[in-house]
Design a protein around this ligand. Structure first.
Ligand SMILES: Cc1ncc(COP(=O)(O)O)c(C=O)c1O
Length: 387
């Protein structure tokens, strides 16, 4: 039977999450070991929880400034300025109700019907769907897989993918699912290209603190001036273990934020007030927690990459950032089928590579932000399937 009225076609054509499909197929396994979502098993630190509880008790429960509360914008500006060695004013900071909301509002601000957004793939699917929701065309620029299981960006192909209707280049760095990240030299080149072509460089930096070897990921904020066409998105989800709190921020030129502020008003009217106070605590007291998380992820990465490398059919390199092993399985052409079989028969829940676009087929994503005992257990259970 037909519907009584129509929706926008772009919305009906949006994908549903393939990760959720595996989750629903496997969530009731009696010995479930879930590594399918982009979050770890570490609870939010106590000092963040306490700050939120105290904020509620102190009646921080009213509407606030639609740019975000001033103490949080000040804390973000101080943090970002420290991290990138370049002081910046709070007029460059917009608080958002999650990294996802920052992605969506940035797309709404820069692109519309007839425009395109070039993005580095494979990538977290929400980014591609956000481009579609605003009516623009997502254009993948697929990273080259290197012989050792890593990834490389071909800048000439990136530039060639841009045309007169390209409004933004979107790069998640470090990337989800690959963990690949931009180098400082690549960033400088891309900014020069974007300046010349009047294209936005949008960098999703939600994993910028989760790096190995380097103290943090190189960022356009290290070199870009306040008027450069650069927008950087961030989130409290990953580095402060706050996925369910829904808090993020945007760093953009001040005049852009005058407009993002309006979008924030009309999309969400802002993050919950007491959650914003929890964000202040995360930034002001969170460095020891972030350091500990990084050390833990370092050990987890070694364990998982070494374990996976022992399977003859697996090709994988240690990612430079984020917390995923995105590994190729030789001879495997249906990652969704493998993900469902793995969880049904072993209880190990992974994300299928196809969830990250057609270029992810043949791969599986394993979020290793978990205890060493659980990771070792998972590797042992997976062995018969990957030998
Ligand atoms: C690349 C990337 N960007 C943004 C986000 C959004 O984070 P949140 O909406 O939880 O702040 C995620 C979460 O997985 C991500 O992987």
């Amino acid at each position: 039977m037909g519907h009584a009225a129509d929706l926008r076609q772009e919305i009906e054509e949006l994908s549903t999450s393939q990760i959720a499909e595996v989750y629903y197929a496997g969530k009731d396994h009696p010995r479930l070991l879930p590594f399918w979502f982009g979050e770890g098993d570490t609870p939010t630190p106590d000092f963040v929880k306490t700050a939120a509880i105290e904020a509620i008790r102190a009646d921080k429960t009213y509407y606030v400034d639609d740019r975000g509360i001033t103490p949080l914008r000040e804390a973000i500006a101080a943090y970002v300025g420290r991290l990138h060695g370049r002081p910046l004013g709070i007029d460059r900071i917009q608080v958002t109700a999650s990294g996802m909301s920052a992605v969506m509002m940035t797309m709404q601000a820069v692109a519309g019907p007839g425009d395109n957004v070039v993005y580095v793939a494979p990538v977290w699917p929400n980014i591609v769907e956000a481009v579609r929701i605003v009516g623009a065309t997502p254009r993948p620029l697929v990273l080259d897989a290197t012989a050792d299981g890593g990834w490389r960006l071909d800048l000439q192909r990136l530039y060639a993918a841009c045309d007169a209707r390209t409004r933004a280049i979107f790069v998640a760095s470090p990337g989800n699912p690959t963990g690949w990240m931009l180098t400082a030299a690549e960033i400088a080149e891309i900014i020069a290209f974007c300046r010349a072509k009047r294209i936005w460089l949008v960098v999703d930096a939600v994993y910028e603190r989760l790096t190995y070897g380097l103290d943090r990921a190189p960022s356009p904020l290290d070199i870009a001036g306040p008027e450069d066409p650069v927008i950087s998105l961030n989130s409290f989800s990953k580095a402060w273990a706050m996925t369910g709190w829904r808090l993020g921020w945007i760093v953009a030129p001040a005049w852009v934020n005058l407009n993002i502020r309006k979008l924030n008003q009309y999309n969400t009217s802002g993050a919950a007030t007491f959650v914003q106070w929890a964000g202040v605590a995360a930034l002001e007291q969170g460095e020891p927690f972030v350091a500990e998380l990084r050390a833990r992820l370092n050990r987890a990465r070694d364990l998982v990459i070494q374990g996976l490398s022992r399977f003859p059919r697996v090709r994988v390199a240690a990612p430079p950032g984020a917390f995923y092993a995105f590994f190729r399985v030789d001879g495997m052409r249906d990652s969704m089928a493998l993900a469902k079989r793995l969880v049904a028969e072993t209880g190990v829940g992974l994300a299928p590579g196809s969830a990250f676009g057609p270029e992810g087929e043949g791969y599986m994503r394993f979020c290793y932000a978990s205890s060493e005992a659980r990771l070792s257990d998972a590797l042992a259970r997976m062995e018969p399937f990957l030998r």
